[in-house]
Design a protein around this ligand. Sequence first.
Ligand code: NDP
Length: 322
Amino acid sequence: MRAVRIHATGGREVIQIDAVPVPNPGAGEALVRMEAVGVNFIDIYHRTGQYRVDMPFTLGQEGAGVVERVGTGVAEVHPGDRVAFSNVDRSYADYVAAPAWRLVPVPADLTAEQAAAAMLQGMTAQYLASATYPIRAGETALVHAAGGGVGQLLVQMIKRRGGRVIATVSSEAKAAVARSAGADEVINYSQVDFAAEVARLTNGGGVAVVYDSVGRDTFERSLDCAALRGMVVLFGQASGRVGPFDPQVLNAKGGLFLTRPSLHLYTHTRAELLQRAADVLGGVADGSLRLRIDRTFPLDEAAEAHGYLESRHATGKLLLIP
Ligand code: NDP
């Protein structure tokens, strides 16, 4: 089978298509024949070395497909089941041997593409808005990169809970996407000082919560946007890693709360995973959560997909089709 692997960290040129044996599902694992594979920013962090991995490394964390075989002791799924997953390594491949407890059932009215597109970004938006900071009706949130994959889903999740959203984006095209997701205010942070705009839009009070996935380029100014005792959720580093940080700054800026969460910490048990996945996949199925699949690429063109995500032109989910 094909596996999209890296043997060293680096640019897109380190991505190669290797022929490897189909894995055997071990105890507690299921072999999934992949039908759609999600492309995420974490795949770029793995490739570039921002997150360390052992080599050779098969890229990918997300996808959907059909269970072919199961190993010993598997009760969660059966051969023939349509399943989707996130936070499982080695998904840029024709087959994945996945821990069975991480596989969730795909509703009959969703395609594999929709399921693969919704899992990682959708559950991220879901936990950020409902668990990391359970936003309440009438509160205002600042969402950076709101025209991107997670961003536009997070805007919808906040609106669903009755919050007000101030969004940042870098282009007019992304502003339109953020607005159609429900953003109340949109700031082009490549043209104006977003913190000054947030102060103006909140009459100087700041926002209850900042959701920052951009990292290095925005983090400091994000701290200036939070209200007294507000929360800053740093959940990504698309522009680069945030440097060392003095906690006293949180005091000086109003007794702020800072957290750095990850999806795997919020899908820690099967019950929690199934609950978040059902909320997201159910929302896509009943139309209350709008999923935007921007582009699909053949599996062999994973490097092109990375290039498109890095270019900042993507306005939704990118998928690889084996
Ligand atoms: P996106 O589609 O949102 O793409 C990233 C966005 O970041 C771009 O669209 C761009 O928006 C913005 N950006 C700002 N600076 C840069 C830069 N220098 N290079 C590239 N992009 C930049 O990707 P995803 O939806 O896959 O992921 C969004 C973020 O969420 C990532 O940071 C990712 O790591 C994080 N994430 C975190 C998870 C967690 O649990 N902690 C789980 C899933 C994702 P614009 O052009 O408008 O600035």
